[in-house]
Design a protein around this ligand. Structure first.
Ligand code: AMP
Length: 212
């Protein structure tokens, strides 16, 4: 049996979350999305949530000691033993070094889109405050305005999708996350995909590379 340990890279709004969900359904793989974990903690007002809330709102990264511990502990779970999809991790070299010690990735995808498209998509993006489902006001609107199709939760604009935080997140991606891609490029693991294509075409390109 092939074990796929996949990571999706790409600047904010490049479609990682959407593709992770589609890949998870097709290959029956669990998703580990660090942003979702943190958002859940914030929503539940846990100690961790309180600790990371202002960093996330401000578009900054959560310290590695916290993030790496959560991810490595999670990946030890039974659910991940036959593979997984990472969305939002590793985000810097320190994180990729820790991950590679135990869980070498088999596939790394880079979803490429330009900054203007990022800004357009993020101001358009709405997420369900209850189940985290992702919508777009123009490309994938909910059936009923501001209400999630699957759970009736309220759709909201993420705090860090507000213009002040977007540029900061793009800068961090360039400065801290791009070097991680270079690290995996040297290992011959990176497949670049044009993230500006339709959701279906991006998915097709990713699946082709996985099944090659
Ligand atoms: P995302 O949903 O992946 O865009 O993540 C939302 C926010 O959560 C980021 O802007 C960071 O503040 C935090 N976060 C998510 N993943 C990581 C990570 N791997 N390392 C540090 N902070 C992270």
């Amino acid at each position: 049996m092939n074990i796929f340990k996949i990571a999706l890279f790409g600047s904010q709004g490049s479609g990682k979350g959407t593709q992770a969900k589609m890949l998870s359904e097709k290959y029956n793989l669990p998703i580990l999305a660090t942003g979702d974990i943190f958002r859940k903690e914030i929503k539940n007002e846990t100690d961790l949530g309180k600790l990371v809330s202002s960093l996330i709102k401000d578009g900054k990264l959560v310290p590695d000691e916290i993030t790496v511990k959560i991810v490595l502990r999670e990946l030890c779970g039974e659910k991940y033993k036959n593979g997984f999809i990472l969305d939002g991790f590793p985000r810097n070299i320190a994180q990729s070094n820790e991950l590679e010690k135990e869980n070498g990735l088999t596939h790394v995808f880079e979803l490429e889109i330009g900054d203007e498209e990022v800004k357009r998509r993020l101001s358009d993006r709405r997420i369900c405050s209850k189940c985290g489902a992702i919508y777009s006001l123009t490309v994938k609107p909910s059936k009923q305005e501001s209400i999630c199709d699957s759970c009736d939760g309220a759709l909201i604009l993420r705090e860090d999708d507000k213009p002040e935080a977007i540029q900061k997140r793009l800068n961090i991606y360039r400065k801290e996350t791009k070097p991680v891609l270079n690290f995996y490029k040297e290992k011959g693991k990176v497949v670049k995909v044009d993230g500006a294509q339709s959701i279906e075409k991006v998915f097709e390109d990713i699946c082709k590379a996985i099944e090659k």
